[in-house]
Design a protein around this ligand. Structure first.
Ligand SMILES: [Zn+2]
Length: 58
């Protein structure tokens, strides 16, 4: 039986491309994310698809 390869989505920092993104406290305007690597704080993060090993699909 074959499975179709499906990636999962992770969040990455728009500044340093790190995937060490945590969700900070949600505000009225929505979720706010923080990067553990460069201390970026903001609502804008990138979302990429990776395979099981964490490699980007594109
Ligand atoms: Zn960062």
């Amino acid at each position: 039986m074959r499975r179709r390869h499906r990636g999962r989505r992770i969040l990455v920092c728009p500044q340093c491309n790190s995937s060490q993104i945590v969700q900070a406290n949600a505000s009225i305007t929505g979720a706010v994310y923080r990067c553990l690597k460069c201390d970026y704080l903001g609502a804008l993060v990138l979302e990429i698809e990776v395979d099981d090993t964490g490699k980007p699909l594109r």
